[in-house]
Design a binder for this molecule. Structure first.
Ligand SMILES: Cc1cc2nc3c(=O)[nH]c(=O)nc-3n(C[C@H](O)[C@H](O)[C@H](O)COP(=O)(O)OP(=O)(O)OC[C@H]3O[C@@H](n4cnc5c(N)ncnc54)[C@H](O)[C@@H]3O)c2cc1C
Length: 369
């Protein structure tokens, strides 16, 4: 095995994206070998990818390799509360943007990254990672290497489970994403083109654990009835188009995020609730900033120098903290059953919808991450 500059432990989108980015800089990288074919069930989720992450994936030559029907632009977004008239509408047109986000098939993104890595001259994929000046830990939320380093991971379980599935609607989605914020659930329908072009949605339905278990146990027809009820005012005739999968939800933050010769990125460093569809975007933000930080290092500075890694950690502190506070605040604000909180949030939605500059600012934050 050849000597390497950086070893990356993990095989998710963040690990693979970082390997490609560092390989493009000419650094010699060792990355955990991919899972053997048939070794892991295909991910039924679809990610909402923001403009910044899309640009990164374009530079890594991954974006254009995705099958056309695995990427759907979101042109409009309708967010509803739990009172009539409590709604906010966002549009790409009002943002002067090409799209508000892009909904990307999770399994296809994984495949495209794995394929791009086969052509990455400086990246080796190995089962046993060799020693290197820098170890990047991108093992996801349950990272064992993080625990072995004795890093504190403060995790708070929300007592919620996300139910994810693919759906087909009776009518075209027209590039509109729908989201319902209410107590006790948050439901998102992301427009998608698989399995049926222009009529599919990716579902992410966050519910209290017990309610999620109930819904998963229902037969298909009963589940679809519950779904139609929950999506009132949105797309009609929603039908399940495959398996329902579940994801336990939590917020987590690790500390410290780096030390001599090592750094944590992606979900190994921070986990947020998926209600804003920003967890992976945060991880890809880590990829961009770490790659930039390593590339801008002084010629005499080693890759594993803790001072260098601290620069990366400082640059990521605010975006990560702000996203964690935003998602957590939204979740708690909308979970409250108190009548005055409910009144306030529903009125607040109406106010935001009428305040064009504030609405534009909110949409820009989601777009640019
Ligand atoms: C229901 C749901 C919907 C979501 N939707 C969105 C969305 O729309 N937009 C968005 O931006 N984010 C979304 N997210 C968040 C997103 O899924 C995560 O933030 C993202 O997958 C984190 O990527 P990662 O590579 O850091 O970790 P992971 O995806 O967890 O990947 C880490 C990988 O490394 C492997 N691994 C662990 N240990 C080792 C080891 N020692 N050696 C080798 N490999 C190892 C793991 O098995 C895993 O495959 C969603 C999350 C959920 C739960």
């Amino acid at each position: 095995m050849q000597a390497v500059d950086v070893r990356i432990q993990g095989r998710g989108v963040v690990a693979m994206g970082l390997a490609l980015a560092l390989g493009q800089q000419g650094l010699r990288v060792a990355l955990s070998a991919p899972v053997a074919p048939g070794g892991a069930a295909a991910d039924v989720r679809a990610y909402a990818i923001n403009t910044v992450s899309r640009r990164l994936l374009q530079r890594l030559k991954v974006w254009d390799a995705l099958p056309p029907d695995a990427v759907t632009p979101v042109h409009d977004m309708q967010v509803r509360g739990d009172a009539p008239g409590a709604a906010i509408e966002f549009s790409a047109w009002a943002q002067c943007a090409e799209a508000l986000s892009w909904i990307v098939d999770a399994a296809e993104l994984d495949t495209a990254l794995n394929r791009a890595l086969q052509f990455a001259a400086h990246v080796q994929r190995v089962d046993a990672l060799p020693q290197a000046a820098l170890t990047v830990i991108a093992e996801g939320k349950d990272s064992a290497a993080r625990a072995a380093l004795g890093v504190r991971n403060v995790r708070h379980a929300y007592g919620q489970t996300a139910v994810a599935a693919r759906l087909v609607a009776a009518a075209p989605h027209e590039g509109i994403a729908h989201q319902w914020f209410r107590s006790p659930d948050v439901l998102a329908l992301l427009p998608f083109d698989r399995p049926v072009a222009a009529r599919s949605f990716a579902l992410v339905w966050s519910l209290p654990d017990a309610r999620a278990r109930e819904l998963i146990a229902l037969d298909v027809a009963a589940f679809e009835r519950e779904l139609s009820d929950a999506c009132r005012g949105g797309p009609s005739g929603l039908r399940l188009a495959g398996e329902r999968t579940t994801w336990p939800l939590a917020i987590a933050a690790a500390s410290p995020l780096c030390g001599p010769g090592w750094v944590l990125v992606g979900d190994a460093a921070h986990v947020v609730h998926p209600l804003a569809g920003q967890g992976l975007n945060l991880g890809l933000g880590d990829v961009q900033v770490l790659a930039d930080t390593l590339s801008a290092r002084e010629p005499w500075r080693a890759l594993g120098d803790e001072r260098l890694l601290q620069r990366h950690v400082r640059a990521r502190a605010w975006p990560t903290w702000a996203m964690a506070r935003l998602t957590d605040g939204l979740l708690h604000g909308f979970a409250s059953q108190r009548p005055w909180v409910r009144e306030l949030r529903n009125r607040g939605m109406g106010l935001v919808d009428r305040a064009a500059p504030l609405k534009r600012w909110l949409a820009a934050q989601a777009l640019e991450g």
